[in-house]
Ligand binder design. Structure first.
Ligand code: UT7
Length: 319
């Protein structure tokens, strides 16, 4: 049986940081409110000349180096993003060009904060079916570009970054199981309802969110998908070494851990330093766990995330 195994992880965070105290100078908020409601203390913001593809390439190079894989060996590139460099071409093809390779399929997937779940599941299917041998899977977003910096309900929550994994075909277990879901009826809860037509931006290009509505939906949906993916793989929650959740809000990820009866010492936490980096958040947390020595070879990981669409999913990995 062929598995898709994680050969290496990587990440990139822009140099500039924006703390809660910095935000309190821009909008009517406080470090105390942001910390108690979300767990976020600071986040990274891309420089004016840094595009989504720049963050993605830096994370990809970092992952390739960790995997000991040359860019020329990559035969699939999937980028999860909802803040691409431009309308088209796909950011994945821009990443491909910047990595100095050509020929292999390269495309973007758009599932907002669940994007990395969708991207890694797609790459897993390519590898298991023999359509690819070494895939680069990247989550990259620059949500600072779609923030209304006068809206305290949203601008304090997000940050920029990128995370990547190199997946390789292997006889040893890698990705064990995956489950993706979506329900477009809830799209109105979280959206950036702008589009380009006749040379102009129509609608609004700023992110809009019903925070409490998203919170309620997320807590229920994540608990269910996490439970289901574990049960469908024939495992039990006690067998999970690390929960690597989407880092949107400490209270949401704490609720998922509690539902699975996992102590918080089994949860990779980066929300305090990164904020919500959308599609980048899960691979950023994964890379953090690997580089800090928490996640070790042989560990069983549960990755899970939810975002606009609504789209959500969970992926079980033998690292
Ligand atoms: O990646 C997936 C996408 N996003 C999420 O997962 C986010 C899910 N939602 C959440 O994390 C939470 O709902 C928020 C952190 C967004 C908001 O927390 P909340 O506990 O649900 O607060 P709330 O929206 O009910 O607002 C409570 C109060 C309101 O004031 P009033 O109406 O009670 O006077 C808000 O106006 O807090 C006020 N408020 C703020 N105050 C200070 C909202 N934002 C802020 C702020 N600073 N930044």
């Amino acid at each position: 049986m062929t598995y898709a195994k994680i050969l290496g992880t990587g990440s990139y965070l822009p140099a500039k940081t924006l703390s809660n105290h910095d935000l309190a100078k821009i909008v009517d908020t406080s470090d105390e409110w942001i910390t108690t409601r979300t767990g976020i203390k600071t986040r990274h913001i891309a420089a004016d000349n840094e595009k989504c593809s720049d963050l993605a390439v830096a994370a990809a190079q970092n992952a390739l180096e960790a995997a000991g894989v040359d860019a020329a060996e990559i035969d699939l590139i999937v980028v999860a993003t909802s803040t691409p460099d431009m309308q088209f071409p796909a950011t994945a093809t821009i990443v491909q060009q910047k990595l100095g390779i050509s020929g292999c399929p390269a495309f973007d997937v758009q599932a907002v904060c669940a994007g990395f779940m969708y991207a890694i599941t797609t790459a897993n299917a390519y590898i298991k079916s023999g359509m690819a041998k070494k895939a680069l899977v990247i989550g990259a977003d620059v949500f600072s570009r779609i923030m209304d910096w006068t809206d305290r309900r949203t601008c304090v929550l997000f940050g920029d970054g990128a995370g990547a994994v190199v997946l390789g075909a292997s006889d040893e277990p890698g990705i064990l199981h995956s489950k993706l879901l979506a329900d477009g009826n809830y799209g109105y809860l979280l959206q950036t309802p702008g589009w380009i037509a006749n040379g102009a931006v129509c609608g609004t290009p700023f992110l809009q969110m019903d925070g409490p509505g998203v919170f309620k939906f997320a807590v229920k949906a994540l608990a269910k998908v996490a439970e289901d993916v574990i049960a469908e793989a024939g495992l039990t929650p006690e067998q999970i070494d690390w929960l690597v959740p989407h880092q949107a809000n400490y209270r949401i990820l704490e609720s998922t851990a509690k539902h699975l009866k996992l102590g918080m010492e089994k949860v990779v936490l980066t929300v305090q330093d990164h904020g919500n980096t959308s599609a980048a958040s899960i691979p950023l947390a994964l890379d953090w766990g690997v580089r800090h020595g928490s996640i070790q070879r042989g560990h069983t990981l549960l990755l899970e995330g939810i975002g606009g669409g609504f789209a959500w999913g969970a992926v079980l990995v033998k690292y």
